[in-house]
Ligand binder design. Structure first.
Ligand code: DLL
Length: 428
């Protein structure tokens, strides 16, 4: 199987990207004053970009640049050509705004459809979209892809969780698309309603928009008895569908005919070697509304160019477990929340519902992990809990070199999410 587009080899990808990159720099130089100024300041002309390697001559773009040009300053197409506007949630500051032309929407639908095909979804499927519709790109982005593919959309959006369960059951939903944290919430609600996965037709999950560990994936796959696939994207670069897994589930194929990925060191901004972790950077090759050059995502990943078993030549990005800005420094030790998640989910007594709180205690950092047990706390013997507590602390200390407090709580105590979940509360 190729990547469904007829592109078979790295050479073909190289040629397409080179040609498109040359067009792109001309397009932004002419249409986006921000880029013209940036190029002029470093004495770069669009003609200086001749090969794909020349991308390194181009300046980076950051989220701050989008904020400084809020709302439409970075648009390359005139408003009469813009048919859709989306915005990022703004959880890390002012929101950023993106615009799509008709062609952009067509491209996005097509690449979303190709991503869904890689999961094995066909026009026989019934896809329940429980990503939020609205300014977030999740709902509408997946929606257009499903329609383009010819499968049936159930555009339920996020929320009304009991209704999600009943809809899955009554409509014979075969694919559920939502954040992994919401999938867990839907599952718990289903159990409370006395409905078993056997009563559903569900086969595939299309989960993304937030980090989730492999352990979390196994947990969701076992619960629903489905294959749970990762989907990645960000509104600035397009939305969902920038990359997605194939049946091998070993990294996400980036839709390289539309995006050039790079991995750089977050400190020096220099490229890192293939296979090494660093900050993911994207150049959009075909977007007309708001094309971006070397956009710094802050997401941490690595690029794998070796051949994938599925036969698709597109490079694979490693699953994003964290962003540069997610790193916690606890008493001088760097740790990412997902590293803690991986350890917690190794314990059968624990559920995937947890939160991390960091506070100052006598001027020292104190990390508290609050986690729901499988059963009510008073259903366990005290010795059992002491033993469990000790095993978790020891494992975390051995692997991450940090100490922590652990607070066990009853099932269903922590807040649930219908979209992207917030698990870290840094109160320092
Ligand atoms: O989250 C787009 C999306 C919608 C992707 C639905 C997948 C499914 P934003 O709201 O702009 O767009 O947030 C983008 O979310 O930079 C990552 O930090 C994070 N993210 C997205 N997908 C994944 C994933 C959408 N599969 C930001 N794994 C990105 C980990 C993800 N993090």
């Amino acid at each position: 199987m190729n990547n469904l587009l007829g592109i078979q080899t790295r050479e073909e990808i190289y040629d397409i990207q080179t040609e498109r990159l040359k067009q792109l720099v001309k397009y932004v130089y002419k249409n986006v004053p921000f880029y013209k100024n940036k190029f002029d300041n470093i004495g770069l002309l669009p003609e200086d970009i001749r090969t794909l390697e020349d991308i390194k001559l181009l300046p980076f773009t950051t989220k701050q640049d989008l904020r400084d040009n809020y709302p439409y300053g970075m648009f390359a197409a005139p408003m009469e050509k813009i048919v859709r506007i989306h915005a990022s949630s703004g959880t890390t500051g002012t929101q950023t705004v993106v615009g799509y032309t008709k062609d952009d929407i067509e491209t996005w639908s097509e690449l979303m459809a190709n991503t869904l095909r890689r999961y094995g979804i066909t026009n026989n499927d019934i896809v329940q979209i429980a990503y939020g519709y609205g300014m977030f790109t999740g709902g509408l982005g997946v929606h257009y892809g499903v329609e383009h593919l010819g499968a049936a959309v159930v555009p339920i959006s996020g929320g009304a969780t009991e209704k999600q369960v009943l809809t899955m059951k009554k409509f014979g939903t075969t694919v559920l698309a939502c954040t992994p944290s919401y999938a867990l919430h839907i599952y718990d609600t289903m159990v409370k309603m006395g409905i078993s996965p056997d009563e559903l037709n569900l086969k595939i999950g299309v989960f993304g928009a937030e980090p989730w560990s492999d352990q979390m994936r196994s947990n969701i796959e076992d619960k629903f008895r489905i294959k749970a696939y990762d989907i990645y994207g960000l509104s600035e670069v397009m939305g969902p569908g920038v990359a997605g897994e194939c049946f091998v589930q070993n990294g996400l194929h980036i839709n390289e005919e539309h995006f050039i990925p790079e991995i750089i060191s977050g400190d020096t901004l220099a490229p890192v070697e293939a296979g090494q972790l660093g900050e993911l950077v994207f150049t959009t090759l075909t977007k007309q509304g708001i094309p971006l050059i070397r956009y710094r995502t802050r997401d941490i990943s690595a690029l794998e160019y070796d051949e994938c078993e599925c036969g698709c030549a597109f490079v694979r990005m490693r699953r994003v477990g964290a962003r540069n800005d997610d790193m916690l420094i606890i008493r001088g030790v760097n740790v990412y929340p997902i590293q803690i998640e991986r350890i917690l989910l190794e314990f059968n007594e624990l559920t995937p519902h947890y939160s991390l709180t960091i506070e100052k205690d006598n001027n020292l950092d104190k990390l508290t992990i609050t986690i729901e047990l499988q059963r009510n706390v008073n259903n366990y013997k005290e010795e059992e809990l002491i033993k469990l507590h000790k095993s978790i602390r020891t494992k975390i200390h051995n692997i991450l070199q940090i100490s922590c407090n652990i607070e066990f709580v009853n099932p269903d105590t922590l807040p649930r999410s219908e979209g992207k979940i917030k698990r870290v509360f840094d109160k320092r």
